[in-house]
Design a protein around this ligand. Structure first.
Ligand SMILES: [Zn+2]
Length: 422
C-alpha cells in the first residue's frame, strides 16, 4: 500500500457545502482522497502537511483561457511574428503557471494566435506525465465565419490579398451548414474536448460590433446537432441577448460572456439548465468605470468598452441577480496574463457576488462544465487529490485567489507563486 499523506486544514471549503469547516484533515493515498476526518490520530509512516494557517479548497478551475500567447502587451504582434512551435510552448508555460497559481485545471477556449493543434499535444503530454502543468480541457479552434470576431484577418481587411491569405490559415473559418458540420467533425477527429463557436461580434476586434449576428440559424443548428451526435458539447462566444435565446432554444450547452444579458434571457438560461461563463474581468474597467486603466487597452477595444458601458453595467447587474448556473473564467487577452486567474475573484466580489457562489463556480460547477466532475472539483472521498490552499481570507479579501499558498494535483505537491501583478 502506498504512503498516506495527511493535510491538516485551517479552514476547509469542500466545494459542496457553503461554509468553511474547521478541524478537518484530509487523508490522501495513491493520488486520491481517502477520507476527510476530524480525527487527530496520525497513523505511523504518514506524511503530514500542515496547512493550519490557510483555507483549503478544491484545486481551482479557470473555464475560459486562451493559452497560446506569451504576453498580452504584444498579443497582436505575436500572431504573425512568432512560430507555431513557440505558441505551443506558450500553452505549456500557461499550464505550468496556472498550476503554480493554484489552478489545477483550465479550459482552453480556442486558439487566439496559433493555427495548429499544439494545445492537444500539450494536454496529452501533461496527462501522460511528460510535463507538469494544469490539466487542460480544450477546443483547439473557435469555429467562425469570414470577417467575424474569430477571423483575425479582419484587422487586415484593407489589404485583401493579405487578409485572404491569413483567412486561409484558419481552416475552421467558413460559411454554410455543411461547412460547419464538417468543421465540428474535424475538431472532434483531432481531439477537441468540446466545440467553441463565435456567434456574435466582439469587443476586441476592430471591424464588428458585439451585437452583430455572425452565424445564421442553419449554421448554429448544424454545429449544435453535429456536436451532440458525436457526444460532445458546444459553447458560444456571444453578447446579444436574442442570439443567446436562439441558441438556448436549439439546445446549446452553455455560453461565454453574455455581458449584455437581460432578465428574459437570464430566465431562459435557468429554464434550460444551461451554464454561463460571464468573464467579468475584460469589461471591468468599463463596469467599474476607470478611464485611467482603460487607457492601457488597445484603441478599438477601449472605444467599444466606452460605447457599451451602460449596457455592460446593466447586464452585469442582471447576471449577479440571476439564478443562472455560473462558471468562473477569465478570458485574459488585454489586461492580465492568461495564468493570473485569481483576478476574476476580485471582479466578481466587487460586483457584489456572494463569495460561496464564486467558490462554487470555480470548483464544482466548473468541473461540471469541463466534464471532469467525476474525479475533481470537490474535496470528497474517492476524488483525485486536486487541492489548493490560500493564506488570505477568502470571504472578505477580493485578492485572496491571487496569493496561492499550496497546490496539489493528483496527490503531488507543486511549487506555488503569487500572481505576477498582485
Ligand atoms: Zn475568449
Amino acid at each position: 500500500m502506498s504512503r498516506l499523506t495527511i493535510l491538516i486544514c485551517g479552514k476547509l471549503y469542500d466545494g459542496v457545502h457553503d461554509e468553511l469547516q474547521e478541524n478537518k484533515r484530509i487523508f490522501i493515498r495513491n493520488g486520491k482522497i481517502e477520507e476527510i476526518t476530524e480525527s487527530t490520530e496520525i497513523p505511523e509512516g504518514a506524511d503530514v502537511i500542515d496547512l493550519s494557517n490557510t483555507t483549503v479548497t478544491p484545486g481551482m478551475i479557470d473555464a475560459h483561457v486562451h493559452m497560446d500567447y506569451r504576453d498580452w502587451h504584444n498579443i497582436r504582434q505575436e500572431v504573425y511574428h512568432t512560430s507555431e512551435e513557440m505558441k505551443t510552448l506558450a500553452v505549456l508555460r500557461c499550464a505550468q503557471k496556472a498550476l503554480s497559481h493554484g489552478f489545477t485545471s483550465v479550459r482552453h477556449m480556442g486558439n487566439i494566435n496559433a493555427v495548429g493543434y499544439g494545445v492537444i499535444d500539450v494536454r496529452n503530454a501533461i496527462n501522460e506525465g511528460m510535463f507538469t502543468g494544469a490539466r487542460i480541457i480544450c477546443a483547439p479552434m473557435s469555429l467562425c465565419t469570414p470577417g467575424s470576431h474569430g477571423d483575425a484577418s479582419q484587422s487586415y481587411a484593407g489589404n485583401f490579398r493579405a487578409a485572404s491569405l491569413l483567412q486561409a490559415m484558419k481552416p475552421v473559418c467558413g460559411s454554410g451548414s455543411d461547412f460547419f458540420v464538417n468543421a465540428v467533425r474535424e475538431q472532434v477527429k483531432y481531439g477537441a474536448d468540446f466545440i467553441k463557436i463565435m456567434a456574435t461580434g466582439g469587443f476586441f476586434t476592430p471591424n464588428d460590433t458585439p451585437l452583430q449576428k455572425q452565424m445564421n440559424d442553419a449554421e448554429l443548428e448544424a454545429v449544435i446537432r453535429t456536436a451532440h451526435e458525436l457526444g460532445t458539447t458546444v459553447t458560444a462566444h456571444v453578447y446579444a441577448p436574442d442570439m443567446m435565446k436562439t441558441m438556448l432554444e436549439m439546445g446549446i450547452d452553455g455560453c461565454e460572456h453574455g455581458s449584455l444579458m437581460d432578465e428574459e434571457t437570464a430566465q431562459l438560461f435557468v429554464d434550460k439548465g444551461a451554464y454561463l461563463v460571464p468573464t467579468f474581468c475584460p469589461y471591468d474597467e468599463a463596469v467599474h468605470y476607470d478611464p485611467e486603466k482603460l487607457k492601457d487597452k488597445q484603441p478599438e477595444f477601449r472605444a467599444k468598452l466606452e460605447l457599451y458601458k451602460d449596457r455592460l453595467i446593466a447586464g452585469r447587474k442582471v447576471i449577479v441577480g440571476s439564478k443562472i448556473k455560473l462558471g468562473y473564467g477569465t478570458d485574459f487577452v488585454a489586461n492580465h496574463q492568461n495564468y493570473d486567474s485569481g483576478w476574476e475573484y476580485d471582479a466578481w466580489m466587487r460586483s457584489g457576488m456572494e463569495p460561496f457562489r464564486i467558490l462554487k463556480a470555480a470548483t464544482k460547477t466548473n468541473a461540471e462544465i469541463l466534464g471532469i466532475d467525476a474525479f475533481t472539483g470537490t474535496i470528497e472521498k474517492g476524488k483525485n487529490a486536486d487541492i489548493s490552499a490560500w493564506k488570505r481570507d477568502l470571504l472578505n479579501d477580493s485578492k485572496a485567489l491571487l496569493d496561492c499558498a499550496f497546490v496539489m494535483k493528483d496527490g503531488i505537491v507543486y511549487p506555488t507563486e503569487p500572481s505576477s501583478d498582485l
